[in-house]
Design a protein around this ligand. Structure first.
Ligand SMILES: Cc1ncc(COP(=O)(O)O)c(C=O)c1O
Length: 397
C-alpha cells in the first residue's frame, strides 16, 4: 500500500473520544456510564429555530452564498451590536461550525511552520487544525492555582520569535471555564500591537458568563481593528451543535477577503442550518437567563461536591460549562480507563476526559481531568459520588 502522509500520522486523536471503546465495552457488560466527558449540552434547542426549518417550503435545496446568506449576516451584525460589538455584514463569513472558522483563520494568517501562541490547557482540536495546516502551536502554561488566568505578559514575550504570527485565546475557556477580564484583553492588545501580531479569540461560549461578569470581546477593543479576528458558533449558544454553523468576524478586510477564498473552495455553508440559525437570533432573553441559571446551579453543585473529596482541587469556572479538576492520582489517563474497565458502583460508572490532551507541553495536566457539567443536577451529584468512591478504591490499590 502507498504510505499515508506524515501529517496524517501526526494528526492527534481526540483526547475526549479515545476512551470511547472502553465506555462501549462497559455498556455491553451492563454498566451504566455517566458521561462527564463531552460538551454536548442537554438543553433544548429554541423552538423558534426548529420551527423555521419545519415550516420552510424550499423546493430546491440550493447552495447559499459562499460568505453566508446576506439576511443572516445582517442579523448577526445586529446581534453583535446588541453586545457592544460594532461590525457590519461585510465583516462576517458564515462557516460550517466554529471549527471551520478556526481552520480558515489559521490558513489565512499563517504559513507552514509559523507559530501561534496559545495559553494551555486549550481546546484540543486547536492542535488538529494546526497539524492539518503545518502550523506550530507554542503553548504558554496557565495554572489551576490562578484559576487559569492569563499568564504574565512577560512570559508571552519570551516565546515570541520572528515566526510568531498570532496569539489565540478561548474566552470563556474550554476546558478552563476562565473568563478573561477587560484588563487582560487590553494587555494582550498592547502585546500584539507591540509585536505586530494578530489576536484571535474563540468566543463560542460568549453567552455563558456567570456571576454578573461581562464578557469583553476582542472586537470591542479600540485600535485592534486590523489585528482582531473572532470565531463564533451557534453550537453552544442555542444548543445547536448539529446545525454546523459558525462564523469568522474581523474588521480587517484583507483577512476577510483571504478567508473568503478558503470559503469559496468549499462552496457554501449549509442552507437549512443557516435558516435555523437566523431564526435562532430571535430567541428571547428569557431563554438565555434560564439556561445561565441552570448552568450556574450545576456549577455550584459540582464544585461544592468535588471540594468535599480529599485531595481534589477545582478551578471554579466563571463561564462556559467545563471545569478542570486536579485529582490525587499520578496519571488521569490510566484512572479514566480504570473507571471504565474495572470500576462500578451500583452498576454505574463515570467517563471523564483526561486533561493531558488539552495541554501541548508533555507532562502537564497528567493529574487533571476535564468535567463538562452538561447533565442534570441529580446525575451530576451521582457522578461525583461515584468519582469519590472510585478514588478511594483506586488509591488503596
Ligand atoms: C472552544 C471551542 N471552540 C470551537 C468549537 C467548535 O464548535 P463548532 O464547530 O461546533 O461550532 C468547540 C466545540 O466544542 C469549542 O469547545
Amino acid at each position: 500500500m502507498p504510505s499515508i502522509s506524515k501529517k496524517g500520522r501526526q494528526m492527534p486523536a481526540s483526547p475526549i473520544r479515545k476512551l470511547v471503546p472502553y465506555a462501549e465495552a462497559a455498556k455491553k457488560r451492563g454498566t451504566k456510564v455517566i458521561h462527564l466527558n463531552i460538551g454536548q449540552p442537554d438543553i433544548k434547542t429554541p423552538e423558534i429555530a426548529l420551527d423555521a426549518v419545519r415550516n420552510h417550503t424550499i423546493e430546491v435545496l440550493a447552495y447559499s452564498m459562499t460568505e453566508g446568506s446576506e439576511t443572516y449576516r445582517k442579523k448577526i451584525a445586529a446581534y453583535y451590536a446588541k453586545n457592544s460589538i460594532a461590525v457590519s455584514a461585510d465583516d462576517i463569513i458564515v462557516t460550517t461550525g466554529g471549527s471551520e472558522a478556526l481552520s480558515f483563520v489559521m490558513g489565512t494568517i499563517m504559513d507552514a511552520e509559523d507559530e501561534i501562541i496559545i495559553p494551555e490547557p486549550f481546546y484540543a482540536n486547536y492542535n488538529g487544525f494546526a497539524t492539518a495546516l503545518g502550523v506550530k502551536v507554542v503553548p504558554i502554561a496557565s495554572s489551576i492555582e490562578s484559576n487559569f488566568a492569563l499568564p504574565p505578559i512577560a512570559e508571552f514575550e519570551e516565546l515570541i520569535t520572528p515566526k510568531t504570527k498570532a496569539i489565540l485565546i478561548c474566552n470563556p475557556g474550554n476546558p478552563t471555564g476562565y473568563l478573561y477580564s477587560k484588563e487582560e484583553i487590553q494587555q494582550l492588545a498592547e502585546l500584539v500591537k507591540k509585536h505586530n501580531l494578530f489576536l484571535v479569540a474563540d468566543e463560542v461560549y460568549r453567552e455563558f458568563a456567570y456571576d454578573g461578569r461581562e464578557h469583553y470581546s476582542i472586537l470591542r477593543e479600540p485600535g485592534l481593528e486590523d489585528r482582531a479576528i473572532m470565531v463564533d458558533s451557534v453550537s453552544k449558544r442555542y444548543s445547536m451543535c448539529g446545525a454546523r454553523i459558525g462564523c469568522l468576524v474581523s474588521k480587517n478586510q484583507e483577512v476577510i477577503q483571504t478567508a473568503l477564498k478558503f470559503a469559496q473552495a468549499r462552496l457554501s455553508p449549509p442552507t437549512f442550518a443557516q435558516i435555523a440559525s437566523e431564526a435562532a437570533l430571535d430567541t428571547p432573553q428569557s431563554y438565555f437567563d434560564a439556561v445561565s441559571k441552570e448552568y450556574v446551579e450545576r456549577r455550584d453543585l459540582l464544585v461544592a461536591e468535588l471540594q468535599k473529596i480529599e485531595g481534589v482541587k477545582v478551578a471554579v469556572p466563571q463561564g462556559a460549562f467545563y471545569c478542570v479538576v486536579e485529582l490525587p492520582v499520578s496519571n488521569s489517563d490510566d484512572f479514566a480507563q480504570w473507571l471504565l474497565e474495572k470500576f462500578e458502583m451500583d452498576g454505574e460508572t463515570v467517563m471523564v476526559a483526561p486533561a493531558a490532551g488539552f495541554y501541548a507541553t508533555p507532562g502537564l495536566g497528567k493529574n487533571q481531568i476535564r468535567i463538562a457539567y452538561v447533565l442534570h443536577k441529580d446525575q451530576l451529584i451521582k457522578a461525583v459520588h461515584i468519582l469519590a468512591a472510585a478514588l478511594k478504591e483506586y488509591n488503596v490499590q
